[in-house]
Each structure stands twice: as C-alpha cells, then as structure tokens.
Design a protein around this ligand. Structure first.
Ligand code: GDP
Ligand code: GDP
Length: 455
C-alpha cells in the first residue's frame, strides 16, 4: 500500500488524532451472569469466547479499543470482577460506581428473562444519581418470544430498553447506535482536554506503594487548585498542582484520594484505574515500593504504560525505609525484572519525608520532551543508511531484506515506519530501536517501529 506517499503528503499523521483528545469511554455494567463479557466480545467482534468460567479469575485487560460505524471509543469491561456470594449486592453497586466514574456513557445490562432484581434496582438508583447517560441493554432476548420481557424493563425508569442477544448478535447494532447517539467526541471524564493546557500526569502503581502519599506531598507543599468540573456532582477527578513553576494536571486522582476498594478485587480495580488514568495522561509516574521486592504487578503496570504509548518515569518510593542491603538487592531486581525499560528516568524518593520529590519535575520534562520528539526524515535516513551499511540484516534462506527508507509517522510516542524489501526479523528491529535510542536519546518514552514490506 502507498503509506509512503501518504506520509510524504503529510496525510498519515496520527498526531492529529492525538490532538483530538482522549477517546470517549463506554463502560459495561451489570450483575454477574447477565452477559456483560459476552456483550463486550460481541462489540469487539471477537469470535473466541473469552468468557471466564472460573470464578475468581481476574483479567489483566479491562479496557479495549472499540469501533462502531467508524467511531472509535474505549470499551471498559467490568465482567472480570471477582464476586463472592455474600455481599454481592454491595459489590455490584461498588463496581457500578467505579465504572460510572470512569465512563462517559454506561451500558447497563439486565437479564431480560430473569427480569429486574433488587440488585439491579440498587444500581439503577446509583446510575440516576450520577447523571451520566445510560443505555439499558435487555439481554438474552434470543428471539421474538422474549421481546415482552424486554418491554417490562421500561419500569426501571432508565428509558427505552434495547432488546439484545449478546450471544447471537440480535439487536446489538441498534444498541450501539443508541450509545453513539449520546457519546461525546472527546472524553469529558477528568475534564475536557485543552490544547496547550497543563501537561497530564498519571500516578500509577500497585496498591500501597504510596500514590496517595506522594500526591499529598506534592500538592500539600504547593498551591492546589481543585478542578471544578461543570455540571457534575462527582468528586473532582483531576487536580491541578503547581510544581517547578508550572501547572501540572494529575489525572484521575479521585480514586487515589478515596482509597476505596482496597479489599478483595483490589487488583482488578487497580488495573482498571491504571488503564483509564493512562488513557487520559501524557506521562505516567509508576511508583515502586523500594523497600519490598519488586512484584509481578509492578512489572505489569509498567507494561501497561508502555503498551498505552505513554511517557514513563519510575519513582522508587519509601527510600527512607531502605538500608544498604536492601538497596543492593533492589538493583539486582531492577536488572532482572525491569530490563525492558532501561530508557526510563528513575527517581529515588520518599513521599513521607519529601526526599528528592523535587527531582520528579525534571524527569517528567525530559520524558515528555522525548515523547514529543520528531526526527526529520532526511536526518533519520542519513543515520539509518550508516547503520544498515555497517550492520546489514542477516541473510535468510539465500535472501537479504534491504532497508529502503524510514520515516517518523507520529510523535507521542515516536512511531517509525521502516520500508524494507523483505521480512525483517524481530531481533533486527530491536537492534534498530537500540541504535535509534543511542543516536537520538528518547529518554523516558517508548518508541514503536513497524515495518512495511515493499515488493
Ligand atoms: P457476565 O458475568 O455478566 O460477564 O456474563 P457472561 O458474559 O459471562 O454470561 C453469563 C452466561 O450467560 C454465559 O453462559 C453466557 O453464554 C450467557 N449469555 C450471555 N448472553 C446471552 C444471550 O444473549 N442469550 C443467552 N441465551 N445466553 C447468554
Ligand atoms: P497508595 O495505595 O499507593 O495510595 O499508598 P498510600 O499513599 O496510601 O501509602 C501506603 C502506606 O505506605 C501508608 O501507610 C503510607 O504512610 C506509607 N508510605 C507511603 N510513602 C511512604 C514513604 O515514602 N516512606 C514510608 N516510610 N512510608 C510511606
């Protein structure tokens, strides 16, 4: 395909996309077993059933890129929520509360055949209070005979119930049309995106690493402006904090401050919050507890940041609790577990004592500068020409793919497209990434390299 021509004409520039602001968020909410996961799979067009039969299994990913009739949005699946039989009522309400806070539009799924239960009614009250647009999905209407069951759900007072069979696809187009009709173009969650406004930072990390303490430390020492979101009754979601002479927007801080859901299912919520905070942020500060062994969950959060294409700073918190021995082991753990991000700036700090918290801002600024970097095409190709001449792609099956041309297709993060005459091995791609980083820096940002094969 003629991507190259498009890029040269300047028509293939995902930066435009970035400037359009974060994608709107749709959350799927409802009791267990009403068919939320089935519906999510239906919307994503996945054939394989990802529906979990094993209770207590929490999924890593909860937010997905989705599209309907050309409009893109983020779809949040709350179906992975781990449920125990006692207190189920409360837990569903909690789940709904979190999802509502995160979403621009809520799809509330009810099992039409079972009808509305007390739990459903409790969620309805919560949804009404939120003032968020709600689309009522009357699921399991597999055929005409169940239409009347769907009609009965008018009683919930949420407007028209859309009869759907998530399992067979019946009615799913109509319900998505209804969602799009109330979906904003740009997410309003966490405050409208402003071009040239304060840079958006997410504080992320597993529970108890000190996110809330760090936020207090940073905000407490400086002027705090609570962002008043017009027309909402919810807690402020973002906070504006003055640091190093500049205003920064810390996104999605309501959950950090409130520290609810630190009980069962905390992992699931942590993952959900991380994902949604990342959607809204430009740069993430991943907090790691320096005093305890690096956990798989720390690595996962970092991977989430990289996958989301956000700039990254790693803060090793609770430095005041480390002694020489612990610091020795920490370095070994970093070498072993965090080898994939040697490029991320690192700050050793203490949210409690305030030690080195002033080093965060310079690290954030470096990471964001890299994230914004654009390498001119001529410069990029001059460099690539030298690299490839010195280290050509290895010969495979008597053929040697040649690297023809490269261009930076976008910034935020930097994405490169390399045109080659044949298949380029993953190892060689990694080699190119290493050399690009050696030459151009990119401290604090993931970079992507995709290869197009030209015949
Ligand atoms: P969740 O707990 O809300 O995520 O529900 P699941 O998506 O896991 O679905 C629970 C059960 O209901 C599964 O056995 C699904 O196959 C079934 N189910 C989901 N949607 C439909 C539907 O539209 N019709 C019928 N008959 N069954 C469905
Ligand atoms: P969050 O769950 O990530 O928001 O973590 P919190 O900010 O609530 O912190 C969890 C616990 O770690 C609390 O008891 C904090 O007082 C403690 N803590 C946080 N930062 C530090 C630190 O730098 N040093 C020490 N000693 N304790 C800390």
């Amino acid at each position: 395909e003629d991507d190259q021509a498009l890029i040269e004409r300047g028509d293939l520039d995902p930066d435009d996309d970035q400037d359009a602001g974060p994608l709107p968020v749709v959350a799927v909410v409802g009791r267990p077993n009403v068919g939320k996961s089935t519906l999510v799979n239906r919307i994503l067009g996945r054939r394989e059933a990802v529906v979990e039969d094993v209770p207590g299994v929490t999924r890593d990913r909860v937010a997905y890129d989705a599209e309907w009739t050309g409009r893109r949005f983020t779809l949040v699946d709350t179906g992975g929520w781990e449920v125990d039989a006692t207190g189920i009522h409360l837990r569903v309400a909690e789940q709904a509360e979190v999802a509502v806070e995160l979403a621009d539009v809520v799809m509330f799924v009810v099992d039409a055949v079972v009808g509305a239960t007390d739990t459903d009614e409790a969620v309805v009250r919560l949804l009404r209070r939120s003032g968020k647009p709600v689309v009522l999905v009357a699921n399991k209407v597999d055929d005409q005979r169940f239409e009347a069951d769907a009609t009965a759900l008018w009683n919930l007072g949420l407007g028209e119930p859309y009869p759907v069979s998530a399992l067979h696809g019946r009615g799913s187009g109509d319900v998505l049309d209804a969602v799009l009709a109330v979906l904003p173009d740009v997410s309003a969650v966490g405050g409208a995106y402003r071009r040239g406004g304060p840079r958006r930072v997410a504080l992320v990390g597993r529970p108890n690493v000190g996110k809330s303490s760090l936020l207090n430390q940073l905000a407490g020492s400086e002027r705090v402006v609570v962002d008043d979101l017009a027309g909402t009754t919810r807690d402020p979601v973002d906070e504006l904090v003055e640091l190093g002479g500049k205003t920064w927007r810390f996104v999605d801080t309501a959950g950090i401050r409130r520290r609810v859901h630190q009980t069962r299912g905390a992992d699931f919520y942590a993952s959900l919050r991380t994902q949604t905070a990342l959607e809204k942020a430009e740069v993430a500060v991943v907090l790691v507890d320096a005093a305890t062994t690096i956990a798989e969950q720390d690595v996962r959060v970092i991977q989430q940041v990289v996958d989301a294409g956000r700039a990254l700073v790693v803060a090793y918190n609770k430095w005041d609790l480390t002694d020489e021995e612990r610091r020795y082991f920490l370095e070994r753990e970093i070498e072993r577990d965090l080898v994939q991000i040697p490029w991320a700036p690192r700050v050793n700090l203490s949210a409690r004592t305030g030690r080195h918290t002033d080093r965060l801002v310079p690290a954030l600024e470096r990471a964001l500068a890299s994230w914004d970097t654009r390498i001119p095409t001529a410069k990029l190709n001059a460099f690539l020409g030298e690299v490839v001449a010195a280290h050509p792609h290895p010969v495979r099956g008597g053929k040697q793919p040649r690297i023809l041309f490269a261009t930076q297709a976008s910034t935020r993060p930097p994405r490169f497209v390399v045109f080659a005459s044949g298949f380029v091995e993953a190892g060689y791609r990694r080699f190119l990434e290493r050399r690009l980083r050696e030459q151009f820096g990119f401290e604090g940002t993931p970079i992507e390299i995709s290869v197009r094969v030209k015949e």
